[in-house]
Design a protein around this ligand. Structure first.
Ligand code: ZN
Length: 147
């Protein structure tokens, strides 16, 4: 597997608005997008630090994965996401290497990225996401101001 950089850290919070306020007022970051991913029962807010993003995650339903995470472990880092190229091939290689996958094939995540998760049983307890930006290099598709 070849990882390019840490694309984002996913942080589970119980109150998105309060968390955004903290990240903006105390940490001095700027929230550049809020997106609801209905399928994941989650509302997300994005910040940028260098080339890495912070993705705050708030559950929109008591039975959603983020609600369950907070119930079990409390608020905090929920997943780490690495940018990769050739996600489908990397997944296949990982599986052949004996890594347990949650997603055997890429699916659509927030910001139009193709994503897939590795199983925390294989990654020492850290839910690990791989993401690929389907837009060609250099042409930024997202709503950020990185251009
Ligand atoms: Zn993520």
């Amino acid at each position: 597997m070849k990882l390019e950089h840490i694309e984002h850290l996913g942080i589970a919070v119980s109150n998105l608005d309060e968390a955004i306020k903290f990240y903006e007022e105390k940490l001095g970051l700027k929230c550049y997008a809020i997106e609801e991913v209905a399928e994941q029962k989650v509302r997300t807010a994005f910040f940028k630090v260098g080339q890495t993003k912070i993705e705050l995650l708030e559950s929109t339903a008591p039975d959603g994965p983020i609600a369950k995470f907070i119930e079990k472990k409390g608020q905090g880092i929920q997943h780490v996401a690495f940018a990769v190229k050739g996600l489908a091939e990397q997944l296949k290689a990982a599986e052949e290497d004996g890594v347990m996958l949650i997603d055997k094939a890429p699916r659509k995540g927030a910001e139009g990225l193709n994503i897939a998760f590795l199983h925390p049983k294989s990654t020492f307890g850290v839910l690990t996401e791989l993401c690929e930006n389907p837009a060609a290099e250099g042409s930024c598709c997202c709503k950020c101001d990185c251009e």
